[in-house]
Design a protein around this ligand. Structure first.
Ligand SMILES: Nc1ncnc2c1ncn2[C@@H]1O[C@H](COP(=O)(O)OP(=O)(O)O)[C@@H](O)[C@H]1O
Ligand SMILES: CC(=O)N[C@@H](CCC(=O)OP(=O)(O)O)C(=O)O
Length: 259
């Protein structure tokens, strides 16, 4: 009997890994070895990244102030240029270099490249030059991962008119995970998951997360993470993890899995 085995007809397993700006200034060895293990297990990986601390430093240097609403940076006309040049010009190539150095075949992209992140203003009056994603060019990402190239996406969106917009890195990660039908989303940050009253949580549900936000136990930069996580879970991706760079942390589960 002949057994036919074809990789062409099986859907590839995909993971989106988001690297928070807080982790980019020194990813540890465990990160790279875990990354390679995932690749060996047959996962195609797409990386997205933030760069909050680098943006803060650059804004400060140039005397531009900014505020945040629930973890989203209100981005003025002065700020958007600095955000774009920091993410696309510095943070992205720095990360691509680190990956390539670790023998991971990485290529840097932002929302302009191949119309990767077609975006529009989220709400110009409230947030200024902040975007929300209308469409992700999944064909481009699929073509790259099929050739074993790891796309490394910085969180800059582009309008049809060519205006750059700042998008929170966690939001980009969630949207990309949804668009490519990822099996899993890992949000890598500087804490080993969600901490409530001093205790790291191994698991969380939508109900608990909403309660923790209302009680103020989840705040600031953790808010776009859990909101992105819930959006992704509600769209059918079974689990999202908020982890440190050793990939240890909280798994947020969909209702179906908790039952
Ligand atoms: N309940 C919580 N558990 C853990 N961290 C929290 C929580 N609420 C808010 N945070 C904050 O969120 C931060 C992570 O978000 P952020 O600084 O935006 O990271 P990143 O740059 O990785 O996106 C943590 O360092 C912590 O200060
Ligand atoms: C709109 C918005 O909030 N944009 C973020 C983009 C960078 C980011 O998300 O960086 P982290 O992953 O380090 O948090 C910002 O300006 O900080």
């Amino acid at each position: 009997m002949t057994t036919f085995k074809s990789t062409h007809h099986t859907a590839r397993k995909k993971i989106v890994i988001k690297l928070g700006g807080s982790t980019l200034e020194g990813l540890n060895e465990a990160f790279f070895s875990n990354f390679k293990k995932l690749q060996q297990q047959g996962y195609d990986i797409v990386i997205t990244h933030g760069g909050g601390p680098a943006i803060n430093r650059e804004l400060e240097k140039q005397n531009v102030t900014s505020t945040a609403i629930n973890g989203i940076r209100v981005t003025s006309e002065d700020a958007i240029g600095i955000v774009q040049s920091t993410l696309v010009g510095k943070v992205n190539p720095g990360l691509v270099h680190e990956l390539n150095k670790a023998s991971i075949n990485a290529i840097g992209l932002n929302g302009f490249d191949g119309n990767l992140l077609e975006s529009e203003f989220l709400n110009k009056e409230t947030y200024g030059f902040v975007g929300k994603i209308k469409k992700v060019n999944t064909d481009l990402l699929n073509q790259l991962i099929e050739q074993n190239i790891v796309p490394v996406i910085s969180c800059i969106g582009a309008t049809v008119d060519g205006q750059a917009l700042n998008i929170n890195g966690d939001t980009v990660a969630s949207e990309v995970a949804l668009a490519i039908g990822a099996e899993s989303l890992l949000l890598v940050t500087d804490v080993a998951g969600i901490r409530i009253e001093g205790e790291y949580q191994q698991e969380a549900t939508e109900e608990l997360i909403n309660q923790w936000i209302n009680e103020g136990h989840i705040y600031g930069g953790m808010i776009p993470k859990v909101q992105g996580a819930l959006q992704v879970l509600n769209a059918g991706i079974p689990s999202v993890q908020i982890v440190n760079d050793s990939l240890t942390g909280t798994t947020i589960l969909s209702k179906e899995l908790v039952k």
